[in-house]
Design a binder for this molecule. Structure first.
Ligand code: NAP
Length: 484
């Protein structure tokens, strides 16, 4: 297999919040892996920035510990780690104060790509943008990476967009949604637009329905207070599930170019119907002998926030008229699974007779675990005894099909950070896309609030509330089992 990785120019990457949880678990280990893979240019530098009093040596120790904890052993080579750590620096800085900014300005090299990763609380994004500008640290080759959540509703998202726009142009702003960095998500585009096989069938005439599931097995314990102010709709549907929906439903862009792709995604969001209460199920996990309820985790005995949501959506356009999209996501479910299922219609006429059963093709695009795709096709059950039909997988996990090289697919963060340096915004959300997603979300949440809608309870470790299964049963359909 010929690797065609696009080389990266030298850069200075500043990680604001460089001592935080996300930096420790994802960003810094991801950068090390890119370095170890030979994808980082000789003179790239990474600068951690936070209020804590570290010097370069102490920060390098912090990063070494993060690599030890979060990088697989097979990738931890002593020499690579030492060489990587030499590229690291630290500046003690306060996003809200003046301390540290002069030192940071002095550290930055002229004429080199500058990337600023805002891995801090969203309330600090505006302060950072302003001070980067004030201290003349941001130049035309600068870009900022903004973490989620991007706003709490349309109003706050608009305000944040306006604040960032004061100091940065849209082509300098990278709003991250790590789901877009997943190998299979990009493969969804390759599958749809790089083959003749699927696209002619990818519409209401041949697709019965589409399911998008993002199930998590953990509860909200530990960050219940934060979560209770958002819930599954704001935390997962407005961003991650919406992005998966867009990539599944969008029209072919004229080229694989950031704005062409994002224009098509935006059209999908704008064509989404607002589902009524009968098309939505909201749930909260209940207490068991050994584990607390959602309300206990959230430390809010009267909480009306959902830790689970399932919904049926329609897209009002020619391609999808009559094909429902079922979305579900929740905490404390049976297993941690993210997948998109495209369920095709049954053949129009059964030549093998009723007794052979009914069969429909299904394409499953798995984001986690075991990234890959699985196409169920109908075949004859092997052996004598007449014509019996069964569903069998035409299975393709990347590791099986493409060998070890493919099982080493970079983590979403690794890929996305390198895309920032390359200046490729295709896998990042544009400001108008985020606003459109909030414009769709806001009235749904407002309706719950107006009716004081109470989520139903569900059993931890289950597939969610019974009502979610009924939502599908009423339409004569079933959710795919949540299983690893
Ligand atoms: P965190 O663990 O609380 O870390 C926050 C970081 O910001 C620390 O390095 C902290 O260091 C620094 N900081 C706080 N106040 C500061 C200030 N005034 N000036 C400069 N630095 C300051 O948070 P996190 O979990 O890493 O999350 C960071 C961002 O990523 C948030 O926007 C979050 O929503 C998003 N995110 C996180 C995850 C995740 O898995 N953790 C996932 C998705 C999105 P000091 O206190 O020393 O300044």
């Amino acid at each position: 297999m010929v690797s065609r990785v696009i080389p990266v120019d030298p850069f200075d990457l500043v990680i604001f919040g460089g001592t935080g949880d996300l930096a420790r678990r994802k960003i810094l280990p991801g950068l090390y892996l890119r370095f170890e893979d030979g994808q980082m240019p000789e003179d790239a530098r990474i600068i951690g920035a936070a209020r804590g009093e570290f010097d370069d040596a102490a920060y390098r120790d912090f990063v070494r510990a993060a690599i030890d904890e979060f990088v697989p052993k097979a990738k931890r080579h002593k020499e690579s780690i030492s060489a990587f750590l030499e590229r690291l620096h630290y500046v003690a800085i306060d996003a809200k104060g003046e301390g540290g900014w002069k030192e940071l300005a002095k550290l930055m090299r002229p004429e080199i790509i500058r990337a600023f990763y805002f891995s801090v609380a969203p309330s600090l994004f505006g302060d950072l943008a302003e001070r980067l500008h004030l201290h003349k640290i941001a130049h035309r080759k600068s870009r900022i990476v903004v973490e989620k959540p991007f706003g709490h509703d349309l109003k706050t998202a608009q305000a944040l967009n306006e604040t960032l726009a004061k100091h940065f142009k849209e082509d300098q702003i990278y709003r991250i949604d790590h789901y877009l960095g997943k190998e299979t998500v990009q493969n969804l585009m390759a599958l749809r637009f790089g083959n003749i096989l699927f696209e002619p069938l990818w519409n209401a005439q041949f697709v019965d329905h589409i399911q998008i599931t993002v199930a998590e097995s953990v509860g909200v314990g530990g960050r219940g207070g934060y979560y209770d102010k958002s819930g599954a709709m704001r935390d997962m549907v407005q961003n991650h599930l919406m992005q998966l929906l867009c990539l599944t439903a969008m029209e072919p862009p004229s080229k694989f170019d950031p704005d062409a792709v994002r224009d098509e995604k935006l059209k999908v969001i704008r064509a989404l119907d607002i589902p009524g209460p009968d098309a939505i199920v909201r749930g909260q996990y209940r207490k068991t002998k050994s584990s607390p309820s959602y309300r206990e985790d959230a430390e809010n005995p009267d909480s009306l926030t959902e830790s689970f949501i399932a919904m049926r959506l329609h897209i009002s356009n020619w391609r999808w008229n009559g094909t429902p999209f079922y979305l579900r996501t929740g905490k404390k479910l049976k297993s941690r699974v993210s997948e998109i299922v495209v369920r095709f219609k049954e053949p129009p006429h059964h030549i093998f007779g009723e007794e052979t059963g009914t069969h429909a093709n299904a394409l499953t695009i798995r984001l986690q675990p075991n990234e890959g795709m699985d196409l169920r096709v109908t075949i004859k059950e092997p052996g004598p005894g007449g014509m019996r039909l069964i569903d069998a997988p035409l299975d393709m996990t990347f590791a099986d099909a493409l060998g070890k090289e493919a099982s080493d697919v970079p983590d979403a963060y690794e890929r996305l950070i390198m895309d920032v340096i390359r200046g490729n915004q295709t896998l990042f959300m544009r400001g108008d896309e985020v606003e459109a997603a909030w414009a769709w979300t806001d009235p749904i949440i407002a309706d719950w609030e107006a009716r004081a809608d109470k989520p139903v309870e569900y059993e931890p470790g289950s597939t969610g509330p019974e009502e979610a299964a009924i939502l599908m049963h009423k339409d004569g359909r079933r959710w795919r089992e949540i299983s690893e």
